[in-house]
Design a protein around this ligand. Structure first.
Ligand code: G3P
Length: 216
C-alpha cells in the first residue's frame, strides 16, 4: 500500500520525504488555505518536493469550470492529479478530463455506489473519507471494503485512496481491506512509528549495555 501525506505543509512533506516514506501527496482547499501562501508557488514547491502523485483540487462546482481549472492545474507539474468532488458535474468532469489524458482523484466519496460511478467515469483514484463517516456513526471502513470488493470483481483500475484518516488503526484496516493508498496527516505518520514497548525495550538495551561497560 502506498502512503501519501495529506498536507500542503512543505516542512512536513520535506520531513516525510527524508524519511523515505512518502509516495505522494493529497491537498484540498482547506489544507492549502491553512498555509497562508500564494497558491501557485506553494503547489509548485509541493510538486518539486514529492516525486509521486500530488492531488490539487478544483474549486469550481460546474463541469465547465472544473474542466478549465483541471486543465490549468495539470499544467503545474507532470505529477499533478486533479481532484474533483463526487457530484453530478464532478463525474462529468472526470469523464472529460480523463478522456484528455488528465488523471483525476475523485474526492468527497462517502459510499460504494458513488465509487462505482466514479470508476465508470474513469477516475484514477477514488477518495472515500473514513474519518468523516466514523464521525457520523457510520463505519467508514465498511465503505472501503465494499469499494475494494466491487473494483476487484469488475477489474476496475481506479485506485482506492483511503482519506480522512485519523489514527493508525484506520491505516492498518485500510491495508487489510486492500486499499491501494492511504493518505495520512503528518501526525498519523508519526503515530504509526511509535510504540511504547519499542521505547521501553530500547531504553533497557542501552541501560544494560552501559552497565556492562562493553564497547562496540
Ligand atoms: O484530503 C481529504 C481528507 O483526507 C480530509 O480529511 O481529516 O479533513 O476529514 P479530514
Amino acid at each position: 500500500m502506498k502512503i501519501f501525506l495529506d498536507t500542503a505543509n512543505v516542512s512536513e512533506l520535506r520531513e516525510g520525504v527524508a524519511m523515505g516514506l512518502v509516495d505522494g501527496c493529497t491537498t484540498n482547499p482547506s489544507l492549502i488555505a491553512k498555509e497562508k501562501r500564494p497558491f501557485r508557488p506553494l503547489v509548485e514547491e509541493i510538486c518539486s518536493i514529492v516525486s509521486g502523485d500530488v492531488s490539487l483540487e478544483v474549486v469550481a462546482t460546474d463541469v465547465e469550470g472544473m474542466v478549465k481549472e483541471g486543465k490549468e492545474l495539470a499544467q503545474v507539474a507532470p505529477n499533478v492529479v486533479v481532484k474533483c468532488p463526487l457530484t453530478r458535474d464532478g463525474l462529468k468532469a472526470v469523464r472529460r478530463l480523463s478522456g484528455e489524458g488528465i488523471r483525476v482523484n475523485q474526492t468527497l466519496c462517502f459510499s460504494a455506489s458513488q465509487a462505482l460511478l466514479s470508476a465508470k467515469a474513469g477516475a484514477t483514484y477514488i477518495s472515500p473519507f473514513l474519518g468523516r463517516l466514523d464521525d457520523i456513526s457510520a463505519v467508514g471502513m465498511d465503505v472501503i471494503r465494499d469499494i475494494c470488493q466491487i473494483y476487484r470483481t469488475y477489474g476496475f483500475t481506479t485506485q482506492v485512496l483511503a482519506a480522512s484518516i485519523r489514527n493508525p488503526l484506520h491505516v492498518v484496516d485500510a491495508a487489510k481491506a486492500g486499499a491501494h493508498v492511504a493518505t495520512l496527516p503528518f501526525g498519523v505518520l508519526e503515530m504509526l512509528i511509535k510504540h511504547p514497548l519499542t521505547d521501553i525495550g530500547l531504553k533497557k538495551f542501552l541501560d544494560d549495555w552501559a552497565k556492562s561497560g562493553a564497547q562496540l
